[in-house]
Design a protein around this ligand. Structure first.
Ligand code: ADP
Ligand code: MG
Length: 255
């Protein structure tokens, strides 16, 4: 693959470090995220995946290094504009429990001055896209299943039709059947909409299902950046082998 020019990248980190006390949550990380592609951040809990997303959104600031958005250094005064162009789903979905689905979806658009009718129209478009029954728009989050709540979190991230989506373990809390179905749907949606997607997961099968580009993190560093085949054929170190081995396949039928 030819080297990516900075201007082709939706986001980039250059030598970024972010520490919390003694812990380097992100430790001298350089990454480029291509426009229109899905990239996966994968790694054990505590490896720095969520912090990378938070740095891209300016919810954290680097202690060293720079974050680039569309080729420009991320600046505090540009954050409102950046956040308008980036849909973000936080780890547990982050829906406000005291607001109906529609009111959750309406928060940002209303803040930007959309009329209620426009919000309703967009919500109904997205309920079709994400297969959330439109009857559910008046419910509260607690009245939805886990899968439905994740659909709503995704809808909320898509309200402004942002070119980029940052998704932090969007399917993490779901049971296997629901998760499997949503994986199919999400992949289809990402492909169809042509979004730049940066998604966090700790599940290798899910990672490989969504993208050929997996970024494996450990203790704030990028251990390997490549496809699942690269990981298998040329693991960067013993940890990569260990990480692959930790994802068991189903045992054979008992004899
Ligand atoms: P992951 O998403 O891969 O589980 P995180 O990026 O959330 O990992 O965290 C990486 C490390 O940084 C962990 O050790 C975590 O405890 C620490 N960390 C993250 N955010 C904070 C914070 N706001 N304050 C203190 N420590 C933090
Ligand atoms: Mg996390």
């Amino acid at each position: 693959m030819p080297a990516l020019r900075e201007s082709d990248a939706a986001f980039a980190l250059e030598g970024v470090t972010r520490a919390f006390g003694e812990v380097r949550a992100v430790d001298n990380v350089s990454l480029t995220f291509a426009r229109g592609r899905t990239s996966i951040l994968i790694g054990s809990s505590g490896s720095g995946k969520s912090t990378v997303l938070r740095l891209l959104l300016g919810l954290e600031w680097p202690d060293a290094g720079v974050v680039l958005c569309d080729g420009d250094r991320l600046r505090r005064d540009a954050l409102p504009e950046v956040r308008r162009r980036v849909g973000y789903v936080i780890q547990d979905g982050g829906l406000f429990p005291h607001l109906s689905v529609l009111a959750n979806l309406a928060l940002l658009p209303r803040h930007l001055g959309w009329h209620a009718a426009r919000v309703r129209e967009r919500a109904s478009e997205l309920s079709e896209l994400t297969h959330l029954h439109a009857n559910l728009l008046t419910r509260f989050p607690a009245e939805l299943s886990g899968g439905q709540r994740q659909r709503v979190a995704l809808m909320r991230a898509l309200m402004l039709d942002p070119p980029t989506l940052l998704l932090d373990e969007p399917l993490g809390a779901l049971d296997p059947l629901v998760r499997h179905g949503l994986q199919d749907e999400l992949r289809e949606i990402f492909g169809r909409l042509g979004k730049t997607v940066i998604m966090v997961t700790h599940d290798l099968a899910e990672a490989a299902f969504f993208s050929r580009r997996l970024i494996l993190m450990r203790r704030g560093r990028v251990v390997q950046d490549g496809s699942l085949d690269d990981f298998r054929i040329a693991p960067a170190d013993a940890f990569v082998r260990e990480f692959l081995a930790a994802h068991r396949s189903l045992p054979g039928a008992a004899t």
